[in-house]
Design a protein around this ligand. Sequence first.
Ligand code: ATP
Ligand SMILES: Nc1ccn([C@H]2C[C@H](O)[C@@H](COP(=O)(O)O)O2)c(=O)n1
Length: 233
Amino acid sequence: MESVIVAIDGPSGTGKSSTSKAVAAKLGLSYLDTGAQYRAITWWMISNGIDANDADAVADAAGKPVIVSGTDPSRPTITVDGVDASGPIRTEEVTSRVSAVSAVPEVRALITELQRSIARGAAGGIVVEGRDIGTTVLPDADLKIFLTASPEARAARRSGELKGADVRATREALVKRDAADSSRKTSPLAKAGDAVEVDTTELTLDQVIECVVTLVEERRSATEGTEKRAGAK
Ligand SMILES: Nc1ncnc2c1ncn2[C@@H]1O[C@H](COP(=O)(O)OP(=O)(O)OP(=O)(O)O)[C@@H](O)[C@H]1O
Ligand SMILES: Nc1ccn([C@H]2C[C@H](O)[C@@H](COP(=O)(O)O)O2)c(=O)n1
């Protein structure tokens, strides 16, 4: 298999970004953080005075910002209209509004097309992480992983990241965002039928990375074996 497309989905805080970046770096693949793109369009809406809960206004403006994602796993970047958005997209304000903006079908249609064109352009292969990659964006991905972890583990991880954050409040915010992302009508957060589920609750990050690298390598050798047998006929 010359190039491999890996889709990594799952709820918030399950380790998608950390795992995807490390797996892509180890295997020499590109990396795409699709959550960052939804955050970027949300940041643009806020910056331009558009109410995230006004779905019509969000839909009308969705085509205006130009979002560009850099796919080097050692230095992922994101710009909106040429401006570095990597800091602003991580604010609490963006986090609290991103589920509403990303539920708007016109936003999803535009961002999904952007994601597909980035994946098509990644000649050596790519790891794409998000919520609907295996189900909607790249349903033909070579390998689909669905990461899970208990809300308690996820909240503890996030609270460690946001020093001093209240674990209970963090847990409630995570669960609320997952519920919104899972219940929207258009391509909700969901496990694809053919995805491999990995529960990371009791695993270290290194163990999760190793597990996914092994799954990619197994898939690669299985496909290469099939291609060789087909070539020999
Ligand atoms: N298996 C693990 N054990 C301990 N900590 C972990 C593990 N996986 C990830 N982490 C830590 O948990 C935090 C959240 O991880 P990460 O940002 O990769 O999750 P995510 O699924 O991409 O979240 P989101 O969807 O909200 O962006 C990070 O601080 C990361 O280092
Ligand atoms: N494929 C995706 C990726 C992300 N989203 C939405 C839903 C998330 O709450 C939000 C932020 O993602 P994060 O940075 O936390 O991974 O973006 C989505 O709808 N589809």
